[in-house]
Design a protein around this ligand. Structure first.
Ligand SMILES: [Zn+2]
Length: 292
């Protein structure tokens, strides 16, 4: 049974609603592959991924539905194809907010308990006003269950009561916990420095900028690919020898300090130039498409 488009209970109606969202997302991702990467990323982030699912997350008790993992998998694979960057091992970071070092392509499983709890807190006063006295004081078991799921993700005490209606507060504690976990698993100082730099103020401002060519805000596909790969620590190119004679590994970080690279403010262009973007990008795209 659904009410105003939201499944009232767990079960078949909820599964069908989420499956419908997964099918819609798959169709959208297929079409986004035909756009430039920056356009596709902006549309996916701001309109098509979580924005299309958020109403369901807020109105239905679906935070523990296994189909949310399928939604995340579909999103991750589509994002890999759009960006031409393998983010299989970096999905957790990619799904964090920009301020926490991610791409803000949010994971449904990570966001679901926060979204439901915000909705529950926002409707509480109206709920108390319209319910009869006999059931007004009953414990809302769905909220207790959502709080338990949220606590597993956030590993933190509940936020202050006056902030329970702000999704950013609930979600921020979850994102902070995941960011700390990713930092603690950093394998080397380079990875740790990258994670700290990615979450520093303004380092991800380009992810908020609308891709408008007329004012110079639109990045090329290669610039987006390198920016994302450097942010997430993904493979950016095939290992090769730079024109300066030094070996370049798959991350392509050498391009940021290569003495032969052009000196300007466009670091992604520097990296792309130093890494021989055309041939390696082509090989990389081929291997991505095979792995997805
Ligand atoms: Zn070099």
């Amino acid at each position: 049974m659904t009410l105003l488009g939201a499944p009232v209970m767990k079960g078949k109606a909820q599964d069908m609603a989420i499956q419908h969202k997964i099918d819609d997302l798959s169709r959208a991702l297929e079409r986004l592959q035909h756009l430039h990467a920056h356009d596709a990323l902006a549309i996916l982030k701001n309109s098509l991924a979580i924005p299309k699912l958020l109403y369901l997350l807020r109105t239905s008790e679906c935070y523990d539905n296994p189909l949310l993992s399928q939604f995340d998998d579909t999103l991750r694979k589509g994002l890999t194809t759009i960006l031409n960057v393998d983010i299989s091992d970096q999905w957790l970071q990619a799904s964090l907010p920009v301020g926490h070092g991610g791409l803000e392509i949010r994971s449904a499983r990570m966001l679901a308990p926060s979204a439901f709890l915000v909705s529950a807190a926002s409707r509480l006063s109206l709920q108390q006003a319209i319910l009869p006295d006999s059931i007004r004081t009953l414990t809302d078991q769905s909220t207790e269950s959502a709080e338990s799921s949220w606590a597993d993700l956030a590993n933190s005490p509940k936020p202050a009561a006056e902030t329970h209606h702000i999704q950013k507060v609930w979600d921020g504690l979850v994102a902070t916990n995941f960011k700390s976990a990713i930092l603690s698993r950093a394998r080397c100082t380079v990875d740790r420095a990258r994670l700290l730099a990615a979450s520093s103020p303004h380092s991800g401002d380009w992810l908020h900028a609308p891709p408008i060519t007329a004012v110079g805000l639109r990045l090329s596909d290669e610039a987006v690919r390198f920016a994302v790969a450097h942010r997430l620590g993904s493979k950016a190119c095939e290992p090769h020898t730079c024109v300066c004679g030094k070996a370049v590994d798959g991350r392509g970080l050498h391009g940021l300090s290569c003495p032969e690279a052009p000196r300007d403010n466009n670091v992604t262009a520097i990296s792309a130039t130093s890494c021989g973007e055309l041939s390696n990008a082509h090989r990389c795209r081929q291997s991505m498409n095979q792995s997805v």
